[in-house]
Design a protein around this ligand. Structure first.
Ligand code: ITT
Length: 190
């Protein structure tokens, strides 16, 4: 794999996490803005893979160098997988945890399982691939922790929310790191 890669995202938190995961492998992650792409394509797919591909292709068209995109979200068992691909649009930014906690206020502790899913799409003009990562946990009963973003304050993994973890701790177990590991395994990046 090319050691310089553009990340197709407007989400600064994803950029920080992906850069930190790939930097130790010698892969230099550039933001789409740094690469000169000002893209925000409509994510009208019905799956994480479709939406990840839409974003990767739009940025590849603009920059002409290898691109990865991340489409991700939270799938809650008790809500039949919602909010899923609509996670970013489920509530106004900063309100997503409160809304989900309210929707789940009557769901008992043993029925609060959920998973974060992430699909990384890779496009370089010759080939395109998608890689999926999953991280299972449970939805807590209140927001805890200050780190991370999105649903991290209510997603409990091994007794702590992702917002209570350092970036390094989250990056060891996250859906994003699992998907990126598959990408690296595919390209045999050491
Ligand atoms: P881009 O499309 O520009 O990459 P986005 O934030 O809109 O940025 P998505 O469409 O993939 O990205 O939506 C993902 C949403 O799912 C994100 O906004 C969060 O609400 C949630 N999410 C995904 N990964 C998460 C994580 O690691 N921790 C907490 N919430 C996460």
């Amino acid at each position: 794999m090319n050691k310089k890669i553009v990340l197709a995202t407007n989400n600064a938190n994803k950029l920080r996490e992906v850069s930190a995961i790939l930097a130790p492998l010698g892969i230099d992650v550039i933001s789409q803005r740094e690469a000169g792409a000002n893209c925000d394509p409509e994510e009208n797919g019905t799956t994480f893979a479709e939406n990840a591909m839409i974003k990767a292709k739009a940025v590849y068209e603009a920059v002409g160098m290898p691109v990865i995109a991340d489409d991700s979200g939270l799938c809650v068992d008790a809500l039949d997988g919602r909010p899923g691909v609509y996670s970013a649009r489920y509530a106004p930014k900063g309100m997503e945890c409160a809304k989900l906690l309210d929707e789940m206020k009557d769901v008992p502790e043993n029925k609060r399982h959920a998973e974060f899913r992430c699909v990384i799409a890779y496009v370089d003009g010759n080939s395109e691939f998608t890689f999926e990562g999953v991280c299972r946990g449970v939805i807590g009963f209140r927001e805890q922790g200050e780190n991370g973003f999105g649903y991290d304050p209510i997603f409990v993994y091994d007794g702590r929310t992702m917002a209570e973890m350092t970036d390094d701790e989250k990056n060891k177990i996250s859906h994003r790191s699992m998907a990126l590991k598959k990408l690296c395994d595919h390209f045999k990046v050491e």
